[in-house]
Design a binder for this molecule. Structure first.
Ligand code: UDX
Length: 456
């Protein structure tokens, strides 16, 4: 196989842009391709349309070095690249829980006719199991047969906020292949990753398998993570019913290295562009395959997660002495300050954000919501335009009857509860993230409630 294959990334969204930039950084000649000319122009000018620590500096450096460029042309990438990474979106369909594969279909069928030499089409997007086989049939139908184009699948495991590290220093790579040529090509594609690891005296484990396994690895990992979060949130309910403290419980079970300490933070539950949609699509696919019973528990994982959001609304009502009617609590006129609108800290992403879901529910119950977030204000305004938005923590808290911390930003952990106490109407705080220090806040005269912790 080629020593340094030339790489194209189809789809310059979060995934494609991060991969394109990082592989240029690893020394490959890279082109990012997107049908959106405006996006391509921005990227080519060194402007990153997403928030990801460290990525913009790498984008500019690699544009300058000449290893990275962007295009809107399928002809261009077909001519240029040995490997075509499919990085387009696979959103949830509006009419069901299944994934919408139309972008995958479009990019493969539009690229394939232009392929004049042997190349690898490499799937990265998160897809229902069986997609790689289907992509192979699309390639057979649309690519010139003499080119001998092959397909492979290699899932990604990026976490927002750590995406650069996750590409440069993955904790494993997974190759789903059908031929030795494709396997060798995937090793060549990852040579830069292996070399960096060797320099740093690390190893990157490689798992080589078939298409189905490679596709399943990704959704299985996400399903496991979602299950872990809903598990600890279910334990939070048990703690609340009994006076226990779920943060201590998590620490104690986490010392068992079969369980591990990570992903055991109880709170408002998981959100974001991946976990919620991926587990729903996984269940939908299992049903199609006739093994729906095996993933029935993921419905429950989703329901536990959804209840976290209504739970915050109930807590607000309880703390403010509001009664519940048949349609839930009446919060009319209550002024609630929401700190954090993104689905997690260190991100500007508000997709399926638990915080915004809580904001909507509070407003539906009659509350007047003012929100502040260090990074997520602009996207939040688009999704929940009827909330008020403040420019600072102080401005959000002015006159509030209650404060809800719903994203675990550092800034909120370091806020001074004594100074903030002067701004509010009532000193009540709900920490939906269990990230602020309860003793600090109660010490400054606040009534505090966390998630799955005794109230003090
Ligand atoms: C996730 C997976 O981690 C990643 O491997 C996959 O590729 C994409 O989906 P991401 O969506 O960036 O990544 O967020 P992550 O950091 O995993 O958090 C997901 C959600 O779970 C967030 O809403 C977060 O606040 C929540 N969470 C996480 C908890 O509620 N408790 C925890 O202990 C951990």
């Amino acid at each position: 196989g080629a020593v340094r294959p030339r790489l194209a990334f189809l789809g310059c969204g979060y995934l494609g842009t991060t991969y394109a930039v990082c592989f240029a950084e690893l020394g490959y000649d890279v082109v990012g391709m997107d049908v959106n000319a405006e996006k391509v122009a921005k990227l080519a000018a060194g402007d990153l349309p997403i928030h990801e620590p460290g990525l913009e500096a790498l984008l500019r450096r690699n544009l300058d070095s000449g290893r990275l460029r962007f295009t809107t042309s399928y002809e261009d990438i077909a001519e240029f690249a040995d490997v075509h990474f499919i990085c387009v979106g696979t959103p949830q369909r509006p009419d069901s829980d299944a994934a919408d594969l139309s972008q995958v279909e479009t990019c493969v069928t539009d690229l394939a006719p232009h392929l004049r030499r042997k190349a690898l089409i490499l799937g990265k997007s998160t897809v229902p199991v069986g997609t790689a086989e289907w992509v192979e049939t699309l390639v057979q139908r649309h690519a010139p047969p003499e080119a001998g184009v092959e397909v492979a699948w290699s899932p990604e495991f990026l976490q927002e906020g750590f995406a650069v590290e996750d590409v440069l220093r993955p904790n494993r790579v997974v190759f789903g292949v059908k031929s030795d040529w494709a396997r060798d090509m995937l090793y060549a594609v990852h040579k830069g990753v292996f070399e960096l690891a060797a320099v740093e005296d690390r190893e990157v484990p490689v798992v080589v398998g078939d298409f189905a396994t490679a596709e399943l690895v990704k959704v299985a990992a996400n399903a496991f993570l979602a299950t872990k979060i809903s598990f600890i949130n279910a334990m939070a309910d048990l703690c609340e019913a009994t006076g226990g403290d779920v943060t201590l419980l998590a620490r104690a079970i986490g010392y068992d290295d079969r369980i591990g300490p990570k992903f055991l933070r109880a709170g408002v539950g998981f959100g974001g562009g991946c976990l919620p949609k991926d587990i729903r699509a996984f269940v939908a696919r299992a049903e199609e395959l006739g093994v729906g019973d095996s993933l029935r528990f993921l419905h429950e994982v989703d329901r536990v997660n959804a209840r976290r959001r209504t739970k915050v609304v109930q807590m607000v009502a309880e703390m403010c002495g509001r009664t519940s009617g048949p349609n839930g609590p009446d919060l009319s006129g209550l002024r609630v300050a929401i700190l954090g609108v993104t689905f997690k800290a260190n991100s500007d992403d508000v997709r399926d954000s638990p915080a915004l879901s809580v904001a909507r529910k509070l407003m539906r119950a009659g509350a007047v919501v003012t929100a502040y977030d260090p990074e997520g204000m602009i996207p939040a305004k688009n999704v929940v335009p009827d909330a008020a938005y403040a420019k600072s923590v102080n401005e959000a808290l002015a006159g509030a009857d209650l404060v809800c911390v719903l994203t675990a930003w550092e800034e909120f952990r370091h806020a001074d509860p004594a100074a903030l106490a002067e701004l509010v109407s009532h000193r009540r705080i709900i920490d939906g993230t269990n990230s602020v220090d309860p003793t600090l806040w109660t010490g400054a005269g606040w009534t505090y409630r966390g998630m799955g912790r005794p109230s003090i």
